[in-house]
Every structure is written in C-alpha cells, then in structure tokens.
Design a protein around this ligand. Structure first.
Ligand SMILES: NC(=O)c1ccc[n+]([C@@H]2O[C@H](COP(=O)([O-])OP(=O)(O)OC[C@H]3O[C@@H](n4cnc5c(N)ncnc54)[C@H](O)[C@@H]3O)[C@@H](O)[C@H]2O)c1
Length: 243
C-alpha cells in the first residue's frame, strides 16, 4: 500500500536521495522546500510532487498542512531533513545572526513540523513515522560548527521526546545522524582535496559519504521493518563516532 511521504528540504542533496529511496518503494513523495523552483525541477525529474514550505515559519507550516490535507489526504511519513549551518566560526566569534538562522531552521523548524504533522497524524488516526536528519556533530564536536552541532543535539532530544509522547498512538520517531556527506552544503570541503583528505582521515571506513549511503537508513526507519524501533538516533558515519 503506497504511503504519503513528506520530505522537507527535499530539493537538496540528502533530501532528493531520501525521496528517491521512498519512490523506489512505490510511495508517493512530496518535496517540501523553500527553494520552490528547485523543488519543482527535482520533483519533475524524479516523479515526485512538490510544495512551498519554510519550516521555520509557523504560518508557512500551518498552510502546508492544510495544503497537504487538501491535496493528499493523510501524511504517513515525515522526514525532517531541511537544515543548514549558515556559516562557520568559533563560538566566541560567531555572529548572532548565523546562530539564530541555524536555530530557526534546524531546531525550531523540526519542532514546528513535528508538532503540526504529529497533530495531523493523531487527528487522522495515522500510525505513522517521523525521521529526523540529525548529525554526528551532536555527539562529536568539530571546531567552528558549535552552533550547528547544538541544533542537532536539540534535534536528538526532540526525537526522544516526540518518540515517547507519540508511542502510545503507534507513531514512531527516529533520527539518522550522518557524518559528512557530499552535497551542496559541504561543497567547499569536498571539492578542496586537502580539506577532504583531512576529513577522511577521521573516518575509519575512509571516505566521506554519498547521499545514497544515507537514504536507505531513512527509508528503513520509516518502514514496517523498523516497527519496534522508536527514539533511536542511528549514526551513518563510516565509524567516525568510534574515533
Ligand atoms: N551534508 C552533510 O555533510 C550533512 C551531514 C550531517 C547532517 N546533514 C543534514 O542533512 C540535511 C540535508 O542537508 P544537505 O547536505 O542535503 O543540504 P542541502 O543544502 O543540499 O539541502 C538542504 C535543503 O533544505 C532546504 N531548506 C533550507 N532551509 C529551509 C527552510 N527553512 N524550509 C524549507 N526548506 C529549507 C534548502 O532549500 C535545501 O534544498 C540537513 O538537515 C543537514 O543538517 C548534512
């Protein structure tokens, strides 16, 4: 039975691969992104639907839920993937606007979407699944990314809180925590051979991930095969957390 899957930030690197993983399982996928032109373009290419959404804006989230209910009925799976770092810098130097932007999208956005889609699932009686995209940075610091990593630690905490609150209703909430992945977000790192070599030296399996290394874990956690898993944060990091 095809499910309706919403992937926030679905026009981006990991989001697109996640969408393709669900499409391969014959699910209907909606790419919900604030980059609407790119979302349409990607959706057309891969056979998904798309819609405008700014996860950090409560009014946009409310409008998106209304549109989803109108166009698709119920939502079975939410992937909270939209995220950014917005820049880098030591905590003592980081400008406050960069911090606020990162908190708004990664932390507030994950909260707003979990709140809205969770309430939708409860009202509609959907025994659904939510998968958040965290980062191993929540558990292992890299200098200069403290603001970003703190938002992902908050995402991990939201994952556990939502999991315990929604479990009685048969709704599961988990997270996937990637290490570095080749996407537009990491372009500066992955296209600089010296920076890439330094990063890969931290990864026991020896390479930075491709988006297709991450997407299957997301599809699995949202699937019936993971029916007894909730509140988990699954690292997909080539072993980096071991070091
Ligand atoms: N690339 C990595 O190395 C890496 C590692 C760990 C975790 N992650 C996480 O994976 C997720 C996807 O990252 P990516 O690397 O694919 O980045 P990306 O920049 O390729 O894609 C991010 C997408 O999110 C969208 N977006 C940003 N703000 C939004 C908002 N307010 N509302 C709706 N959409 C918004 C962007 O338009 C873009 O399409 C993020 O949460 C990121 O933190 C990435």
């Amino acid at each position: 039975m095809p499910r309706t899957v919403v992937v926030t930030g679905g026009a981006g690197g990991i989001g697109r691969a996640v969408a393709e993983a669900f499409l391969a399982r014959n699910d209907r996928v909606i790419l919900a992104d604030r980059a609407t032109d790119r979302a349409k373009d990607v959706a057309d290419r891969i056979g998904a639907d798309h819609m405008a959404l700014d996860v950090a804006d409560a009014a946009s989230v409310d409008a998106a839920i209304a549109e989803l209910e109108h166009r698709f009925g119920t939502v079975d799976v939410l992937v909270n993937n939209a995220g950014l770092s917005g820049g880098a810098g030591a905590l003592v130097e980081l400008d406050v606007a960069t911090f606020d932007n990162c908190v708004r999208v990664n932390f507030r956005g994950t909260f707003l979407m979990t709140r809205a889609v969770g309430a939708h699932m409860l009202t509609q009686g959907v025994r659904g699944a939510i998968v958040n995209i965290s980062s191993i940075g929540a558990r292992q610091p890299t200098p200069g990314l403290g603001h970003y990593e703190a938002t992902k630690a908050a995402v991990d905490a939201l994952t556990r809180s939502a999991a315990i609150e929604l479990a009685p209703h048969g709704i599961r909430v988990n997270a996937v925590a990637p290490g570095p992945v080749v996407t537009p977000m990491t372009e500066r790192l992955t296209t600089n051979p010296e920076a890439r070599r330094r990063w890969e030296a931290r990864i026991p399996l020896g390479t930075i991930a491709q988006v297709t290394d991450i997407a299957p874990a997301v599809a699995f956690l949202a699937s019936d095969e993971a029916r007894h898993i909730t509140g988990a944060v699954l690292q997909v990091d080539g072993g980096q957390l071991l070091t």
